[in-house]
Design a protein around this ligand. Structure first.
Ligand code: MN
Length: 321
């Protein structure tokens, strides 16, 4: 998915200054963002209160939306730089096309992982015909400096490893949890897992004390370390935990996102992650002049134009709140 916010403002993120070293419980409220005419998403990262969780730099939760008589998701070709996109569905399907020639339908609990490296472009659309409901999350992972110029590529993993326990079924999206490991390529120590909890489940999942974590509620109600978290909200948990208590008050599902705190300071604007304003300015110019980002074949429509860059230079990084 693309950041379709026309008021695109550069965000400075990354660096240890934002990380909370101890266990905390910070409930993050979403910002409601319109994507096109009909779709509204709930943006959890970047958030006024928090920019990143490990290398996770962008989290949108959308749906469940009834798209029976609607086009559904229609995101025209747009570029990315310096990041990986994770497409994650609970209901519906998304057809992905990209400038490396990928053409892939992504279904619930399958991983669509696109590594932009230095430059890629892609489109995402609800296929025709499509399922009645669309429900999922779109996430970005920042690439470290050592890999941000890598070749672009796309991975699709339909059969991800699972961890089960009474009342719990966990699917590994990225990284490792309780001995299971996702086949998705990662460039920093990171984890992403989808946890399905049965009504009344009361359990703990093992964590890495050096990672920072957050839990995004997808559906139902889950008490995360005692804090009720409802769909479209995310609880930031800080670092220093070896386990996380979860109690489901209904059938519920959450995404566990974590990783080693991301040391490098980043500039994020529109669909790009760079290290300087010059990186961003150059990427915007390359997209608008049709260079570097390749071409998406087969999408019925024009590519997205980049928004205007704000005239003022980037402000120094502020505090988290
Ligand atoms: Mn995108």
């Amino acid at each position: 998915m693309s950041n379709l916010d026309r008021e695109a403002v550069p965000t400075l993120c990354g660096g240890r200054g934002f990380v909370v070293a101890e266990p905390v419980r910070e409930l993050l409220s979403p910002r409601h963002v319109k994507l096109g005419e009909s779709t509204e998403v709930r943006r959890l990262l970047p958030n006024l209160g928090r920019r990143m969780v490990g290398a996770w730099a962008f989290v949108d939760h959308y749906g469940p939306d009834d798209i029976a008589d609607e086009p559904g998701m229609q995101v025209p070709p747009h570029p990315h730089m310096g990041l990986q996109t994770v497409s994650w569905l609970h209901e519906g399907e998304v057809l992905h096309r990209d400038s490396t020639g990928s053409l892939q339908t992504i279904r619930p609990r399958e991983l669509g992982l696109m590594t932009s490296g230095r430059a890629i472009s892609h489109s995402e659309e609800s296929p025709r015909p499509h399922a009645r409901f669309l429900h999922g999350a779109q996430l970005w992972v920042a690439l470290p400096d050592s890999h941000r110029h890598t070749d672009p590529h796309f991975e699709h993993h339909a059969d991800l490893p699972r961890v089960t326990a009474p009342g719990l079924s966990a699917t590994l999206i990225l990284g490792e949890l309780d001995g299971a490991a996702s086949p998705g390529t990662t460039y920093t120590p990171i984890v992403g897992a989808d946890l399905t909890l049965a009504d009344g489940a009361d359990l703990s999942v093992p964590l890495e004390p050096d990672f920072e974590y957050a839990v995004l509620c997808m559906s139902g109600e889950t008490h995360v370390d005692g804090v009720p978290v409802l769909p479209g909200s995310m609880l930031y948990l800080g670092c220093g935990r070896t386990e996380l208590p979860l109690r489901a008050e209904s059938d519920a599902s959450v995404m566990l996102l974590g990783g080693e705190p991301f040391d490098e300071e980043l500039v994020m604007w529109w669909n790009f992650i760079g290290r300087s304003q010059d990186d961003i300015t150059q990427a915007r110019e390359d997209w608008m002049t049709g260079s570097r980002f390749g071409e998406v074949k087969g999408y019925d429509g024009d590519p997205l134009a980049a928004p205007e860059l704000p005239p003022v230079p980037l402000k120094p990084r502020g505090r988290v709140r």
